[in-house]
Design a protein around this ligand. Structure first.
Ligand SMILES: [Ca+2]
Ligand SMILES: [Ca+2]
Length: 185
């Protein structure tokens, strides 16, 4: 997601993903980002307390404290105590409601980092590393899951996962599918 020279900009792709995951219009999403920008005093970095206030405005969740802890543990690797807008988006998407099919579609968007409509092994590894960190599993597990995912889901054996392969794979493998939405385990 958009991060140029360390300063977050809301890219067209961020907006597209957000339209799909939030059901909001582009105008609302741009307002939403403006608000994030304002709420963080133009730093675009949010601490735990600000995160909870902002998140609650968008979605009511009873396990907000748990979500907050997960998110900060996963993203705040430099222990700065803050996360940026793209990290916030990940939290929002990961905890989004909707049908299984929709969630797997969102998950595909997240996995497909370079937006070329296929998931490569290195993309899967990056996201699975992140998810394992969120749910507190060792990096070794992320490696295993990446290999299993790339082998199991790739039905035409071209070494990459199409959207259809990814979604069908998730629908048929509960263990791997839980990575599509780690907050509802
Ligand atoms: Ca890709
Ligand atoms: Ca394939």
């Amino acid at each position: 997601m958009g991060n140029r020279n360390g300063t977050h900009v809301l890219t067209e792709r961020d907006v597209e993903i957000l339209i799909k995951t939030s059901g909001k219009s582009e105008r609302e999403i741009r307002q939403w980002y403006d608000e994030f920008h304002q709420d963080t005093n133009h730093t675009d970095r949010m601490d735990k307390r600000q995160f909870q206030v902002f998140y609650s405005k968008l979605r009511k969740k009873s396990n907000l404290q748990q979500i907050t802890d997960h998110i900060f543990r996963a993203f705040d690797a430099d222990q700065s105590g803050t996360i940026d807008f793209s990290e916030f988006l990940f939290a929002y998407i990961a905890t989004s409601e909707g049908t299984k099919q929709q969630k797997f579609e969102y998950a595909f968007e997240v996995y497909d980092i370079n937006d070329d409509q296929v998931v490569e092994k290195k993309e899967a590894k990056k996201i699975l590393n992140l998810i394992c960190r969120i749910i507190g599993l060792p990096e070794e597990d992320a490696k295993t899951y990446t290999n299993t995912l790339m082998l199991t889901f790739d039905t035409n054996q071209d070494k990459v996962l199409s959207k259809t392969e990814f979604i069908n794979g998730c629908l048929h493998d509960i263990t791997l599918a839980r990575f599509a939405n780690p907050f509802e385990i």
